[in-house]
Design a protein around this ligand. Structure first.
Ligand code: 6PG
Length: 232
């Protein structure tokens, strides 16, 4: 997998903007008016999302799907949907993108319902399995991505939903209870861009670049996948 290393945040963010522009160009060139993006949570991507939101993008009905979500109250700052909503709140795209948050959940039963409902929305909107135009993925130091951790393989940390596009997962990082898209849902994204930054991720970045099969993120390697790593 191609690894691009950046010494400054501006060029790292610029590379991500280039990926959005290319995804928009490809959608337009295939006569489509819709752009389906799938966005990671966590802390790394927020400055990138703010820059993407400032892009002059027009003529595409963009949907912002979430790779995963934490089973916490909507007001909890740990919620990925809140971070993404804030990052895109002043979005200059025309028309304004549609955020597709996960249904609220706080218990395992509610998380299963949320995963089932999100999977149904995804299938209804993009087909099953869905084909995102661009998936912006995070990378944990242990090589996880979304909420697909080393021990849960097919996102089977708990139960996958009927179509296998979403699952309930238990994270070693708080908050532990999460809902996640599965490899099946993420693997057909036309372009998969991993964002990582800082020395703490260097090990996982190197292993992912080598497509180490022990890393869950490696399951999303292959053509169309790249890593954008900021050495800050
Ligand atoms: C989440 C993310 C998760 C994240 C990695 C990296 O909900 O936390 O989807 O996969 O991308 O854990 O997180 P940081 O960017 O905060 O290091």
């Amino acid at each position: 997998m191609l690894l691009y290393r950046f010494a400054d945040a501006a060029s790292w963010i610029g590379a991500a903007i280039g990926e959005l522009r290319e995804a928009a160009r490809l959608a337009r060139s295939s006569g489509r008016t819709r752009l389906a993006l799938c966005l990671a949570g966590g802390a790394t991507p927020e400055p990138v999302y703010r820059a993407l939101a400032s892009e002059r993008l027009s003529g595409l009905d963009a949907e912002l799907w979430l790779c995963d979500e934490r089973a916490v109250p909507r007001s909890d700052p740990a919620r990925n949907g809140g971070m993404i909503e804030r990052a895109f709140e002043d979005c200059s795209w025309e028309p304004y993108p549609r955020l597709r948050p996960w249904p609220d959940a706080q218990t395992e039963a509610e998380a299963e319902e949320s995963a089932g409902a999100y999977e149904a929305e995804l299938a209804a909107s993009l087909g099953a399995p869905p084909a995102f135009d661009l998936a912006i993925l995070g990378l944990g130091a242990d090589g996880h991505t979304a909420s697909l951790f080393p021990w849960n393989g097919e996102g089977s940390a708990a139960r996958s939903s009927p179509r296998g596009l979403a699952a309930v997962a238990i994270s070693p990082l708080e908050p532990a209870l999460r809902m996640t898209l599965t490899f099946e849902a993420l693997s057909r994204s036309t372009r998969r861009v991993f964002l990582a930054r800082g020395p703490g991720k260097l090990g996982a970045v190197g292993r992912l670049a080598d497509e180490d099969p022990a890393l869950p993120a490696s399951r999303l390697a292959g053509p169309g996948s790249i890593i954008l790593y900021l050495e800050d």
